[in-house]
Design a protein around this ligand. Structure first.
Ligand code: COI
Length: 354
């Protein structure tokens, strides 16, 4: 770690903001003016800097390009009515990235470095935080191995970067999901809990196949039996059955979602029963059929609260009750939005003001 957190700042000479439609952003296609970079070499993080957003120069032999030595995070910054920029649970993202780093044999980014780099970047690009309902500035911290080396070993050099970009919703309408019982996302002892690129790359073909069949996403099942629902790849899964919030426990194979954790807390706050336990595919389908499944939704930073309107399994479509009547997920989304934009009290200290 560096002794001081001095960050060298080089500002862009021409902001892209005037030509950006800030209030109608699509997810993941527009980036703000600057990015944060720190280098890791000789066992320490150094050369902390903010520079104009731009391409990286890396060796064709860069080990990440060949062996996927990369981890990332995703969080959001919103604007309060008084203009302050509010960041949601960034410290939890810093901790989760450290866990991903340990699993991927990468050096951990200290929380102080993560938070300082993000704070300085957001101060500089604060005008990029959109204000329209449902929009936010998405913050993408990521870390990659930098050694120009073809061979399997931990790298001795890394970069930690943060880029940001204005976003709208990841899903624009309630989603249709297919329960996947052939392909596997993650197995015990694997990397499913880590936010590492390979998990997402390996999930692409099954997801694209499902999209061709008309589904937005998959519900992944456990690798061993395909009898238990796990997560959705872009979000954790939550069900409201008989007024109880039910979600699969996190572990080796399921990402420890920060939105998931926040919703569990909000449910407990309002006295709702919460069950974190293995959920059988048959239980989900039976609950839809017998009417005890009131709501099913995905929870994630990008997806926020994404209602599920249909679940497909083995040739049969199971329709959820009409989203219009959903009470709990709407309340979770509304409360989260209000906390994130400073409209209501933040009882759990989730917000950091920039
Ligand atoms: C996030 O929710 O922030 C993610 O990284 C998931 C990805 C689908 C954008």
């Amino acid at each position: 770690m560096t002794e001081t957190l001095d960050i060298n700042i080089t500002q862009t000479s021409k902001s892209k903001l005037p030509e950006t439609d800030l209030q109608n952003p699509t997810f993941g296609s527009v980036y703000a003016d600057h990015m944060f970079i720190a280098d890791y070499a000789e066992g320490e993080w150094k050369d902390l800097r903010i520079v104009p957003y731009g391409n990286l120069s890396i060796s064709p032999a860069n080990t990440t390009l060949h062996y996927a030595s990369t981890i990332f995070e995703g969080l959001k910054a919103n604007r309060a009515e008084n203009g302050d920029v509010l960041v949601f649970r960034a410290d939890a993202n810093a901790r989760r990235m450290q866990k991903s780093a340990v699993r991927m044999c990468m050096p951990e980014v200290p929380t102080e470095l993560f938070m300082s780099g993000m704070t300085e970047l957001l101060k500089l690009d604060r005008e990029w935080v959109p204000t329209a309902p449902g929009t936010a500035l998405y913050v993408r911290p990521f870390q990659l191995a930098m050694d120009p080396y073809i061979g399997i070993r931990p790298s001795s050099t890394y970069q930690f970067l943060i880029i940001t970009g204005p976003v709208g919703g990841y899903y624009s309408e309630p989603v249709k999901v297919k329960i996947e019982t052939h392909y596997t996302r993650a197995a015990q002892g694997g990397t499913g809990f880590a936010k590492t690129g390979g998990n997402y790359a390996a999930a692409l073909k099954p997801a694209v196949d499902a999209q061709k069949e008309g589904f937005n996403q998959l519900i992944w099942t456990d690798a061993k039996t395909h009898e238990y629902v796990e997560e959705s790849g872009t979000m954790n899964l939550m069900f409201v059955i008989n007024d109880t919030l039910v979600t699969a426990p996190t572990g080796d194979t399921i990402l420890n979602g920060i939105t998931r954790d926040s919703i569990i807390q909000l449910a407990k706050d309002k006295g709702m029963a919460v069950e974190e336990r293995p959920i059988k595919v048959t239980e989900v389908l039976e609950a839809i059929e017998n009417g005890s499944m009131q709501e099913a939704f995905g929870a994630g930073t990008a997806a926020t609260v994404a209602p599920i309107k249909l679940i497909h399994h083995d040739g049969t479509d199971y329709n959820l009750p009409s989203v219009d009547g959903w009470k709990h997920s709407k309340e979770f989304l509304d409360t989260l939005n209000k906390i994130k934009t400073g409209q209501i009290e933040d009882p759990h200290g989730w917000i950091m003001r920039i």
